[in-house]
Ligand binder design. Structure first.
Ligand SMILES: [Zn+2]
Ligand SMILES: [Zn+2]
Length: 258
């Protein structure tokens, strides 16, 4: 019998509370930091353009934070459920770094990102089906001009579906417990950067052999405005291979990048 048995209601609910605090605080910290740096601290560079701040409808940020709080709670339940699954031996999460070595410690993060990208791309395409969209994905697109706070602004159904992807990956991909923590932090960081509506990557990035495969704010802002292109999460490869990347992307990137 383990010291902490997550199948016991007390420990399960304690895990929900702890994960909720960690997920929501991390979101507030990262989004808050980017908001401060790009919209408050140095606003003059951006206010001449119709990006962010000036274009956000009244109350948008408050709604986004409320939806993100709900998403954090859903992620917390899924996180506690994942702890139960781990304790029951259903997941490939491990604690001993010697088991697969340091190369795999980091490689697993990359593998998880590629698998997550694939699951998310198809989930996202499905969520744009006209019969699904109003029930599942519209809340996220209510932010026509995204903000750092849009990062977790999902309808609970979308939050639940997105939250399931990582535990499914952990059922098959061996990942160190701390690699999972790093992965979750990268996920928050990437989501905030991609919803910033301000391009933080340099002008040469979209044509760079590595940079062109990474999604940034211009790529995802285009998706929020027009809905029909740029469905990816971290990487552009599905969009490029299946022809769903906007033909205007490189031009827009050149205009927006500093
Ligand atoms: Zn988005
Ligand atoms: Zn979408």
């Amino acid at each position: 019998m383990p010291l902490i048995d997550f199948t016991q209601p007390f420990y399960f609910l304690s895990a929900v509370a702890v994960v909720f605090i960690v997920v929501f605080l991390r979101y507030l910290l990262v989004a808050g930091l980017f908001h401060f740096c790009f919209y408050s601290w140095r606003p003059s560079r951006w206010q001449s353009r119709k990006v962010g701040k000036k274009a956000w409808p009244k109350h948008q940020l408050r709604k986004e934070i409320n939806w993100s709080m709900m998403t954090s709670l859903i992620f917390a339940f899924i996180g506690a459920g994942t702890a139960v699954a781990w304790q029951k031996g259903w997941l490939a999460v491990y604690e001993d770094t010697g088991r697969y070595g340091w190369v795999w410690f980091f490689a697993a993060i990359g593998v998880a990102m590629v698998l997550h990208e694939t699951a998310y791309y198809w989930l996202h395409r499905w969520m744009h089906h006209p019969k699904v969209y109003p029930w599942v994905h519209k809340v996220h697109h209510d932010s026509r001009i995204p903000s750092p706070w849009t990062a977790f602004s999902f309808h609970p159904i979308e939050g639940f579906l997105e939250g399931l992807i990582l535990p499914l990956i952990l059922a098959v991909v061996p990942m160190h417990l701390y690699a999972v923590v790093i992965y979750l932090t990268l996920m928050t960081l990437s989501s905030v950067v991609n919803h910033l509506d301000i391009e933080i990557y340099p002008k040469w990035f979209a044509r760079h052999p590595v940079g062109k495969w990474l999604i940034g704010a211009t790529h995802h802002s285009h998706h929020h405005r027009y809905h029909v292109f740029n469905y990816g999460l971290y990487f552009t490869f599905w969009d490029k291979w299946l022809g769903t990347e906007s033909p205007d992307f490189e031009r827009e990137f050149a205009e927006r990048a500093g």
